[in-house]
Design a protein around this ligand. Sequence first.
Ligand SMILES: CC(C)(COP(=O)(O)OP(=O)(O)OC[C@H]1O[C@@H](n2cnc3c(N)ncnc32)[C@H](O)[C@@H]1OP(=O)(O)O)[C@@H](O)C(=O)NCCC(=O)NCCS
Length: 169
Amino acid sequence: MIRRATRQDWPEIVRLSVEAFGASAWPWKRWRDLLSAAPQPVAEPVQALALVAAPAEPPPLAGYVALQMIHGEVEIQALAVAKGVRRQGWGTRLLNAACEHARQAGCHTALLEVRLGNLPAQAFYGHLGFSVCGRRPRYYHSPLEDALLMRKSLVAAASPCAKAGADAT
Ligand SMILES: CC(C)(COP(=O)(O)OP(=O)(O)OC[C@H]1O[C@@H](n2cnc3c(N)ncnc32)[C@H](O)[C@@H]1OP(=O)(O)O)[C@@H](O)C(=O)NCCC(=O)NCCS
């Protein structure tokens, strides 16, 4: 049910992205470039990809997650679940699959930014073991808003802000 996104998923991912984020959704061109890129070798230190949740029943896609792995760290760049199927575990499955994919590719840490006012998403990430490690002022536009930086170790229990806290200042 969770699989790598392909170019064929592009229209539905863009639709879900606009449904979830409105004016601050990624531009369709960014998705096209991500989904059109050929898979990179596992050993490549910088990799970007997206996963989708494709349930047996409609809607065509339950959600998506985009991630970028850079030298042992994975950044969760975008994540959304279709409005009609939230609180059914799809976000959990997507985020866990992204973290497991990154862990198997050698990543030790997951990082993400979330809007200061997006309390549901903060609760979701907290539920899945992410901790707040920093704050990025005026990080988001449309509307302008600070970001909270959140972190999770993919290897073992570790000091929540050991590395990312330093990065955020
Ligand atoms: C955040 C989001 C991805 C969660 O997806 P989801 O499929 O609804 O999440 P899950 O069903 O896996 O929820 C797992 C747990 O997270 C927490 N959680 C999820 N949504 C929550 C909410 N709206 N309020 C409080 N806690 C929430 C709960 O603990 C939940 O467990 P429970 O349902 O047993 O109480 C989804 O709400 C979404 O797409 N939001 C809009 C886009 C967005 O904000 N993305 C993140 C941007 S950084």
